[in-house]
Design a binder for this molecule. Structure first.
Ligand code: URA
Length: 255
C-alpha cells in the first residue's frame, strides 16, 4: 500500500469532506501511532500505521465500502490487459483486495459498489435476493406505452426463460438533467430517442441492452443510478468515489 495524505485517508474512511476532516485534525482528535496528528498533509501508511479518531481505530478496518461513479471506458474487473479497470480509479483508497460488486459494461456509467466484503457482495448478487437495480436508459426511437408494458411484463432475450417483471417509466425530456444524455431527446443526429428509467431485479449478461434490443430500441446510453438501497451520489463526478456512510452500509447489509 502506498503512502497517502492523512486528510485523504480520513475522508476516504468516511469521516467527512476534506474540510470537515481538517477540523477534526485541528481539534487534535486524530492520532497516528499514538501521536496527535494535526497536519492534513502528513503521509500515512494505512496498512501499517495505527490511525485512531476519537478512540475508533480506522486503519485496521476489515471491510471497506466505496461508491464509484463509473465513467465509460473502464472495465469492471480487478485486472485487465486491454483497458483500465475501475479499481485503478480507487488508487490509494484504504482496503486490501477490493473488487467491484457485479459488472457494468465498459460503456455503462454510474453506480458501482466497490468493497472487500465477499459475503455482502455474494448476497447482493445472488439471484435469490432479487436486489433492485435502476438504470437511466437512452434508447433509439420512440418507446411506446405498449413497449414499456413489454419491458415490465418480461421478455424473451434468448435465455431459457423470459426476463422477470420489471418497472419501466418513460421520463419527460425535461426530466433529463444529465449532461451526457443531452438536453434534447432528439439529439442523436436528428433521430428520435427516448429516456426510460428501468428497474430490474436480476442481472443477466447485457440484460438492459438485450431487453431494449428485444423491443426494437437499441440502447444509446446507459447509466446505473441505484442498487438496492444505495443511490448514486450525484455530487460525485464521473471517476470520483467516496466511502459509504455508516447508514448506507447498514442499509445494504439489511437487504
Ligand atoms: N445491463 C446492460 O446491458 N449493461 C450493463 O452494464 C448493465 C446492465
Amino acid at each position: 500500500m502506498s503512502l497517502l495524505r492523512l486528510d485523504k485517508f480520513l475522508a476516504d474512511a468516511g469521516l467527512g469532506t476534506r474540510s470537515q476532516v481538517k477540523l477534526l485534525l485541528k481539534k487534535g482528535l486524530v492520532t497516528v501511532n499514538g501521536e496527535a496528528a494535526k497536519k492534513p498533509e502528513q503521509k500515512v501508511d494505512p496498512e501499517n500505521d495505527l490511525i485512531v479518531c476519537e478512540g475508533t481505530s480506522l486503519s485496521r478496518q476489515e471491510f471497506y465500502y466505496y461508491m464509484l461513479n463509473k465513467p465509460a471506458g473502464y472495465v469492471s474487473a480487478t485486472e485487465d490487459n486491454t483497458a483500465p479497470t475501475v479499481l485503478s480509479l480507487l488508487k490509494g483508497a484504504p482496503g486490501r483486495d477490493l473488487f467491484p460488486v457485479g459488472r457494468l459494461d465498459k460503456d455503462t456509467k454510474g453506480l458501482l459498489l466497490i468493497t472487500n466484503d465477499g459475503p455482502l457482495a455474494h448476497r447482493l448478487l445472488s439471484p435469490r435476493h432479487h436486489v433492485d437495480k435502476t438504470y437511466l436508459v437512452k434508447a433509439a426511437g420512440t418507446v411506446t406505452p405498449d413497449n414499456l408494458v413489454r419491458l415490465e411484463n418480461g421478455l424473451d432475450i434468448g435465455e431459457k426463460s423470459p426476463t422477470l417483471p420489471a418497472k419501466a417509466k418513460l421520463l419527460a425530456p425535461q426530466a433529463d438533467s444529465t449532461p451526457e444524455t443531452s438536453p434534447s431527446p432528439k439529439a442523436e443526429g436528428g433521430q428520435e430517442t427516448s429516456l426510460v428509467e428501468l428497474t430490474i431485479h436480476e442481472g443477466k449478461f447485457h440484460q438492459v441492452k438485450r431487453m431494449f434490443q428485444a423491443i426494437g430500441h437499441p440502447v444509446l446510453y446507459l447509466k446505473r443510478i441505484s442498487m438496492g438501497s444505495l443511490v448514486l451520489d450525484e455530487a460525485l463526478a464521473p471517476g470520483e468515489f467516496r466511502a459509504l456512510t455508516a447508514e448506507e452500509t447498514a442499509a445494504l447489509k439489511a437487504l
